[in-house]
Design a protein around this ligand. Structure first.
Ligand code: HEC
Ligand code: HEC
Length: 494
């Protein structure tokens, strides 16, 4: 029942691409051309789409691959004109930069803005209703605005102070607080200090950090709680696992001087000691015994943060030998890449090998599964429902249901084109990737600013995720990043 949503997406995508392939005419065989997605950001590192992910969506050039959108049509027309089709991947990659260059000054959707200007700004070159928005105010507007009560043409500290109190403490500032803050405005270091203090106080409130608080809700999309199978306190009718541990770990790793990469690499389990004020502490390993299905069973050295918890493997792996849903969930939730929408494709050579005989090697499936299956192998040694443990011989249990070759599936796999021996290595590569830092900031940006980072936000968004990675900046401490986020124009501009 938990897999239904994913399946609907897959069936939708497969159905569409089969239809599109049918329309594309007498192609000798369906040749995947996903490299376009990876080459694009090498050619246009400053394009807006490349700030969020180094791999652009196929829809930059296609409607549904291989069908092309208006921009993709112009690229195709300029791609190695006259050369025999289909092009090899190497010939395609070699010809792509010149083809893109040739269409930069053209205007595929006829909206008066060139393809290049749209790509850089982040609007869609193939859609006339999508045009770059201009963020700046004219100097005249800026002067008038600065004189008003709220500065609508730039960062307004009083607005930011009010917003932090609302967003993070869950209340409006009192009139006395607001007036005291306004008195500091002539002195930049004074108002910055007061804003930072306010944020620090708010970050420790139950409103932010408590049960059902803001951070708890931020984790909902990753944890997907289902009450009927909850174990532990307030158990459901079929208690299988307790998601409260997952919320605790998420909140703990997102507070104080803790490295948020622990979401993928951490080995602690964390208890909520109190909710007012919210306080957490790691549980000693001996303390884990006796919790049974409410606790955690994977040995410490085989844990990978949120993606090996009892809850995560229960709802995602369930009883599958090659748990593709689990790998796709980790990729989507922690790296922001949705394979069902063909994001983050890094096809591996000779994959998918289809050890469990699901038919994924067919060309229409291999487009995604040449990335997804090797991404999944490191999860194959982790049991789902009931056992929830690391078991090197796990696949033996599936020969009867999934065929004799299932035991040949390796534990080694591939992520972002990099070979990894097991899930420990997988999670290190994932946690250190740009995609991880971008996803962490993306989630907070949406939460705090109230919308996804848009074309006008590119500079500030990039500063935030690069800062998250930099040792001398936020060093993977999300609270440090938040102190900078509330100083961005995106946050503090009324
Ligand atoms: C930068 C633009 C661009 C991006 C991004 C892009 N493609 Fe393409 N794609 C093209 C062009 C141009 C062609 C036509 C190639 C030709 O004429 O040989 C094409 C062709 C294809 C074909 C047909 C291959 C053939 O030889 O018949 C498939 C399938 C395809 N792309 C899939 C994808 C997928 C899947 C993605 C995303 C992972 C993607 N493309 C991303 C530009 C792009
Ligand atoms: C658009 C990319 C894409 C295409 C094309 C695709 N898949 Fe998948 N497939 C996925 C993703 C992603 C998942 C993981 C489920 C999820 O989270 O959406 C998945 C999961 C699966 C699973 C595991 C389901 C489970 O519950 O464990 C099977 C089996 C599968 N796909 C078979 C196929 C077959 C057969 C085809 C071709 C007919 C195909 N897929 C085409 C992306 C794709």
């Amino acid at each position: 029942m938990w897999g239904l949503k994913g399946w609907a997406a897959v069936i939708g995508a497969v159905g569409l691409s089969v239809v599109a392939a049918g329309l594309a005419g007498p192609a000798p065989r369906a040749v995947a051309k996903p490299p376009g997605s990876m080459e694009f950001c090498k050619i246009y590192p400053n394009a807006h789409v490349c700030a969020a992910s180094p791999v652009v969506n196929c829809t930059t050039c296609h409607t549904v691959p291989p069908a092309r959108n208006l921009f993709g049509e112009q690229v195709a027309a300029n791609l190695a004109p006259g050369a025999a089709r289909p092009l090899s991947d190497a010939d395609y990659i070699a010809a792509l930069p010149a083809a893109l260059k040739a269409v930069e000054a053209l205007d595929a959707d006829g909206d008066g803005v060139s393809n290049l200007a749209e790509l850089i700004a982040g609007s869609q070159p193939e859609l006339s209703s999508s045009q770059p928005t201009s963020a700046g105010c004219t100097p005249g507007q800026a002067r008038t605005a600065a004189a008003g009560r709220w500065n609508t043409c730039g960062y307004d500290p009083a607005h930011a102070y009010r917003k932090v109190t609302l967003d993070v403490c869950g209340r409006s500032p009192t009139r006395a607080e607001t007036e005291a803050f306004r008195r500091l405005l002539p002195n930049e270091s004074a108002w910055r200090g007061a804003l930072s203090d306010r944020l620090d106080q708010c970050l420790r409130t139950p409103y932010w950090l408590g049960v059902n608080g803001v951070l708890w809700n931020l984790a909902n999309a990753k944890i997907s709680p289902v009450d009927s199978i909850k174990a532990g306190p307030r158990a459901g009718s079929i208690p299988l696992a307790d998601y409260e541990w997952d919320y605790n770990l998420f909140a703990w790793l997102n507070t104080g001087d803790r490295d948020v990469r622990g979401l993928l690499t951490g080995q602690d389990f964390v208890k909520r000691v109190s909710d007012s004020p919210p306080t957490f502490e790691p549980v000693p390993e001996e303390g884990m015994r006796g919790l049974r299905q409410a606790g955690q069973t994977v040995p410490r050295e085989k844990r990978a943060g949120m993606i090996t918890t009892r809850w995560f493997t229960t709802v995602n792996t369930m009883f599958t030998p090659i748990p593709r849903t689990t790998a796709a969930a980790a990729y989507r939730q922690y790296l922001g890449l949705d394979l069902a929408r063909m994001q983050g494709l890094h096809p591996a050579v000779s994959e998918p090998a289809d050890y469990d005989a699901k038919g994924v090697a067919a060309p229409a499936c291999a487009v995604c599964h040449s990335t997804l299956d090797p991404l999944t192998y490191p999860f194959t040694r982790y049991d789902g429902i009931i056992r929830n443990n690391y078991n090197p011989n796990r696949l033996k249990n599936f020969v009867r249901t999934d065929g004799p070759r299932v035991v040949e599936a390796p534990e080694a796999g591939e992520i972002f084109g990099q070979k990894v021996a097991n899930l420990m290595e997988w999670s290190q590569v994932a946690a250190n990737s740009d995609a991880f830092a971008q996803k962490v900031v993306w989630d907070y940006w949406k939460l705090m600013v109230g919308r996804e980072p848009g074309p006008a936000d590119q500079t500030e968004f990039t500063l935030m995720w690069k800062g998250l990675k930099a040792q001398d900046k936020f060093n993977y401490r999300t609270e440090r990043m938040l102190h900078a986020l509330v100083l961005t124009e995106a946050y503090g501009r009324p």
